[in-house]
Write a protein that binds this ligand. Structure first.
Ligand SMILES: Nc1ncnc2c1ncn2[C@@H]1O[C@H](COP(=O)(O)OP(=O)(O)OP(=O)(O)O)[C@@H](O)[C@H]1O
Ligand SMILES: [Mg+2]
Length: 222
C-alpha cells in the first residue's frame, strides 16, 4: 500500500541544507496501523508531508495505493491527496472564516464531492467526537482540543484509504484522547484503512499494530 525507497528531502536555507527526511526503505501494508515515532526534529512531519504529496522528495520513490506520487506534478498530487488520503496536520490548518461543520465539508470538496451522503457523514463524525453542539462554531470559538477533533473529522469525511495523522491527540485529555483513538481505529478497521500516526505518547503507540522509529530508517552513515 505504501512503499518508500531511498527517499531524501532537504530544506535549503541560505547556503545551508538540512537533510530532514532520509528513508532507505519503508513498506506499510494495506490495513496496517503504524505509529511513527522519533525525537523532535527528526523529520516525522516532513515524512508525512512527503507521503501526502505536499512535499516532493529530492530523490527516491514514493508509491501509494499502486501509484508513484514522486513523479506526479503538484496538481496531480493535490488531486491524488483529495481522493486517497486523509491528513491531520500538526498545526490543524482549519480555515478561520468557516464553522466546524463547514471545515469538515471542505475536506469532502476535494474528494468525492459534498453530496447528501458526505453531509450526513460529516455530521455523524462530529457527533462521534462529541462536537454535535459545536458544529456551527468557528475555530476561534473552540478549544484547541476541539479544533483538533474537527481536523480529524475533516480528514475522515472522504472515507480515505490512507489516513496520515501528525500527533492528532496531542491536545486531548486522557479520556477524550482514548475515545477519539478508539473511534479512529474502529473506523480504520471497519474500512480496511491504512493508518500512519505520529505520536509521542507510548500508550497511543501501543494501540497500533506496529511502531516505526524514524531513526532506524536512516542510512547507517547518517
Ligand atoms: N520549512 C523548513 N525550512 C527549513 N528547515 C525546516 C523546515 N521545516 C522543518 N525543517 C527542519 O527539518 C527538520 C525536521 O523537521 P520536522 O518538522 O519534520 O520534524 P518532526 O520530527 O516533525 O519534529 P516535531 O516532533 O517537533 O514535530 C528539523 O531539523 C527542522 O528544523
Ligand atoms: Mg512534527
Amino acid at each position: 500500500m505504501i512503499h518508500l525507497h531511498n527517499v531524501t528531502k532537504s530544506y535549503r536555507q541560505d547556503e545551508r541544507s538540512v537533510l530532514a527526511c532520509d528513508v532507505t526503505d519503508l513498506r506499510i501494508e494495506k490495513g496496517e496501523q503504524v505509529a511513527l515515532v522519533g525525537r523532535s526534529g527528526t523529520g516525522k512531519t516532513t515524512l508525512l508531508h512527503v507521503l501526502a504529496g505536499i512535499l516532493r522528495p529530492d530523490t527516491g520513490e514514493v508509491e501509494i495505493a499502486g501509484q508513484r506520487i514522486d513523479t506526479m506534478s503538484e496538481p496531480q498530487r493535490d488531486r491524488f491527496r483529495g481522493q486517497h488520503i486523509g491528513m491531520v496536520y500538526q498545526t490543524f490548518n482549519l480555515l478561520q472564516p468557516f464553522t466546524a461543520y463547514e471545515n469538515v465539508m471542505l475536506g469532502a470538496l476535494f474528494g468525492r464531492g459534498a453530496g447528501h451522503a458526505a453531509e450526513a457523514r460529516g455530521k455523524e463524525l462530529l457527533a462521534r467526537v462529541g462536537l454535535s453542539d459545536r458544529m456551527h462554531h468557528r475555530p476561534s470559538e473552540l478549544s484547541v482540543g476541539q479544533v483538533q477533533r474537527v481536523a480529524i473529522c475533516r480528514a475522515l469525511v472522504n472515507d480515505p484509504e490512507v489516513i496520515l495523522m501528525d500527533e492528532p491527540l496531542g491536545n486531548q485529555d486522557r479520556t477524550t484522547g482514548a475515545q477519539v483513538l478508539d473511534l479512529l481505529l474502529q473506523l480504520a478497521h471497519e474500512g480496511g484503512k491504512t493508518v500512519v500516526m505520529v505520536t509521542h505518547d507510548p500508550d497511543s503507540a501501543l494501540r497500533m499494530q506496529r511502531t516505526v522509529d524514524l531513526a532506524t530508517l536512516r542510512r547507517a552513515s547518517s
